[in-house]
Design a protein around this ligand. Structure first.
Ligand SMILES: Nc1ncnc2c1ncn2[C@@H]1O[C@H](COP(=O)(O)OP(=O)(O)OP(=O)(O)O)[C@@H](O)[C@H]1O
Length: 334
């Protein structure tokens, strides 16, 4: 049996999420298994629509219950997330897990100063005096490296630059000392230099506070910079998962290979032709019986269309869902 230390902090098993509000059910997540240890950073990558954000948001139970069917198991620390009642959920959000978004204005209220919002959040979750909460807000602003923190606590969100707002949102997310930080494309909307600063800040905070982090990104460069492990999603499934360095140097799923080939940054050798992945992802209201990537895969064989591939473990911590995995030992494109 696992000891508590060995048990992953986040343990998601066979997660299925179906949106039932439209004409046909949308099968956005189709059997995701995800484990994240304490203090570990995991990046979810994949094309638009692959289910990254839906998976992330489900960890905070943000989907409208009336139009969403969620099946499977989801444990975060001691919490059985899918079983939490309304009041337990309020406590869980912010104290156990909290989230930062691509657009800080989604998280910050425009009509209150940022400081007031942090103070309010701290006081809502605990029996803390206004003076104490203010002191903690100040410490949080210092921790996320906001210059002139005392003055900036009085600022309204629109008075801050994009990078500063991102830092303020991170401070708000950390206000109640969560152990899990969920980040949905936290740097996509920012300039390249600010992006790097925010990524480095997240890594630093994660180390200082021992946070577990799951972050969604389109950017493999960002994933490699910050993540210990990377999980590649396609059509609502994790098709490959492993240590960041392994995925970069020895990817084994044809989709991961294609993603790496298609990325347009300096890590590709000069003169390498950039490839785009031809075709488009499957319709989530009518998923194919077999491997969801088969229709776009250069290596697909008839068997790939017949059934969805199970997990193959290549070594501890590196798994792939591909029938052709024995034939994908090719040099990495990067
Ligand atoms: N509330 C909803 N109702 C119906 N379909 C939804 C809902 N929310 C998300 N979807 C669908 O679920 C699929 C997965 O969406 P998700 O946002 O997780 O993708 P993603 O991988 O995060 O993409 P992106 O990088 O563009 O955010 C998409 O096809 C999306 O349209």
């Amino acid at each position: 049996m696992n000891t508590p230390q060995e048990r992953p902090f986040v343990d998601v098993r066979n997660l299925r999420i179906t949106f039932t509000g439209g004409k046909k059910p949308v099968e956005a997540v189709n059997g995701v298994d995800l484990k994240v240890k304490r203090g570990e950073v995991v990046a979810l990558i994949g094309e638009s629509g692959s289910g990254k954000s839906v998976t992330l948001r489900s960890l905070l139970r943000l989907h409208p219950a009336a139009r969403t069917r969620i099946e499977g198991e989801m444990r975060v620390g001691e919490q059985d997330v899918l079983q939490l009642g309304t009041r337990e959920l309020v406590n869980y959000r912010g104290k156990v897990a909290s989230m930062i978004f691509q657009e800080p204005l989604l998280a910050l209220d425009p009509v209150y100063s940022v400081g007031a919002q942090i103070v309010e959040s701290i006081r809502r979750h605990g029996n803390v005096s206004a003076a104490e909460a203010h002191q903690r807000a100040l410490q949080l602003f210092e921790r996320v490296r906001i210059p002139s923190p005392e003055r900036r606590l009085q600022a309204y969100p629109h008075e801050m630059s994009g990078g500063m707002r991102q830092r303020a949102m991170i401070a708000l997310a950390l206000a109640n000392r969560p152990q899990l930080l969920l980040a949905d494309e936290p740097t996509t909307a920012l300039d390249a230099t600010v992006q790097i600063q925010i990524l480095l800040l997240l890594r630093e905070l994660q180390r200082e506070l021992g946070l577990s982090v799951i972050f969604v990104t389109h950017d493999i460069g960002a994933a490699v910079e910050v993540a210990d492990r990377i999980a590649v999603m396609y059509a609502g499934r994790i098709v490959e998962e492993g240590p960041a360095a392994t995925l970069l140097r020895a990817p084994r799923h044809p989709y991961t290979l294609a993603l790496l080939k298609s990325r347009a940054d300096g890590a590709l050798a000069k003169g390498t032709r950039l490839e785009t992945i031809s075709g488009s992802p499957p319709d989530l209201t009518a998923l194919p019986t077999g491997c969801a990537f088969a229709a776009r895969c250069k290596m697909a064989q008839p068997a790939c269309e017949a059934s969805r591939p199970d997990v193959t473990w290549l070594e501890a911590g590196h798994s792939v869902r591909c029938l052709r995995v024995a034939d994908t030992l090719v040099p990495s494109p990067v």
